[in-house]
Design a protein around this ligand. Structure first.
Ligand code: NAD
Ligand code: TYD
Length: 339
């Protein structure tokens, strides 16, 4: 068995990636390291918690115990992070602690443990904002606008320095906005779906003309798996979705697909420092590994709405905080087992 560490495996992309890797690689033993913050939800892995090839360790990236968890792992995919821009505006400190200090501690432990390959899962947001034309390439300047993206940019620079200084075998990925199952309903798409299903207002920031380049989380998982195995060490790879969409257009489409009235849209005060547009040139990944997004946005969006409609228990317990109780039960159970 090949041991693979996935940090942040109880979060949105992490839990999708854990599922993808278990299905795709029958010889992989997956270790999830996750602090289980508000965004870490064991319900995301509920169907897998009895899987013998999966171990979940509840730990903060900044805890010295990380060294022990890393030991014996051949591959590491680092997804754990504080990930929501709006939260970073209100409290930047936890973003620096987790995203910068946590990443430093992780890469140092990985270097000492001679990890064979490491993927730093970063974001297109490190490039800042685009005007109406052009796309980010891997050589676009790093120009973050929010404390979130600044902390991710700092982590990228640390990982790059470990490659240059220590020949640490790392790749950095920068993906555009993800959507799909198990996304915490504070991010735009699950929030809009959840509000629509509850016949509540959909809060659209500013004029609603900010543009995002949406990618289905499964397409992101496919790219991460390819880069983990075939990426060139020290390289950055952009990952992007099939199409761009303005927030207002997307909110209206979600209302159409859920048969709710357009009057539910409510324009609210804009986010400070709100990036206007993101767009990704993923030509490097396509050229080197033949990757392209396979899930068309309209189809992926309809499937995602169906998923939230069909998973009301997940949605309701996530919204009302009851998913936290599920952690307690799970950990009491495993602690009792260990005793
Ligand atoms: P998420 O917020 O859903 O999940 C983050 C996970 O990290 C949670 O399980 C949380 O418990 C865990 N975590 C947070 N702080 C931790 C700490 N100190 N120690 C250990 N675990 C901790 O995030 P996501 O949307 O799944 O994003 C995953 C990664 O992908 C992040 O690094 C993010 O920057 C990046 N990314 C996200 C998107 C997107 O659209 N969601 C796009 C590009 C890149
Ligand atoms: P978000 O999902 O927070 O991702 P990011 O800011 O990392 O791109 O937001 C996506 C877009 O939706 C962004 O332009 C901000 C906007 N937005 C709203 O209009 N209303 C909301 O309630 C939220 C959370 C976001």
């Amino acid at each position: 068995m090949i041991k693979v560490l996935i940090t942040g495996g109880a979060g949105f992309i992490g839990s999708n990636f854990v599922r993808y890797m278990l299905e795709r690689h029958s010889d992989y033993q997956i270790v999830v390291l996750d602090k289980l913050t508000y965004a870490g939800n064991l319900l995301n892995l509920k169907d897998l918690l009895n899987e013998p090839r999966l171990t979940v360790v509840r730990l903060d990236l900044c805890d010295p115990g990380v060294a022990e968890v890393v030991s014996g792992c051949e591959f590491v995919v680092h997804l754990a992070a504080e990930s929501h821009v709006d939260r970073s505006i209100h409290d930047a400190a936890v973003f620096v602690r987790t995203n910068v200090e946590g990443t430093l501690q992780l890469v140092e432990c990985c270097r000492r443990a001679n990890v064979k390959r490491y993927v730093q899962v970063s974001t297109d947001e490190v490039y800042g904002s685009l005007g109406p034309r052009g796309k980010f390439t891997e050589t676009s300047p790093i120009d973050p606008s929010s404390p979130y993206s600044a902390s991710k940019a700092a982590a990228d620079m640390l990982v790059q320095s470990y490659f240059r200084t220590h020949r640490f075998p790392a790749m950095i990925t920068r993906c555009s906005n993800n959507y799909g199952p198990y996304q915490f309903p504070e991010k735009f798409i699950p929030l809009m779906i959840s509000q629509a299903l509850a016949n509540q207002n959909l809060p659209v920031y500013g004029d609603g003309q900010n543009v995002r380049n949406w990618i289905h989380v499964t397409d992101h998982c496919v790219a991460l798996d390819l880069i983990l195995h075939r990426g060139r060490e020290g390289q950055v790879y952009n990952i992007g979705g099939p199409s761009e969409c303005a927030n207002l257009t997307l909110a209206r489409r979600i209302l159409e697909l859920t048969n709710r009235p357009k009057s539910l849209i409510k324009f609210v005060t804009d986010r400070p420092g709100h990036d206007r547009r993101y767009a990704i040139n993923y030509g490097k990944l396509k050229k080197e590994m033949g990757w392209e997004p396979a899930i068309e946005f309209e189809q992926g969006l309809a499937q995602t709405i169906e998923w939230y409609e069909g998973n009301t228990v997940w949605l309701e317990t996530t919204k009302n905080g009851e998913y936290r109780e599920y952690f307690k039960k799970y950990y009491l159970h495993t602690a009792a087992e260990r005793a």
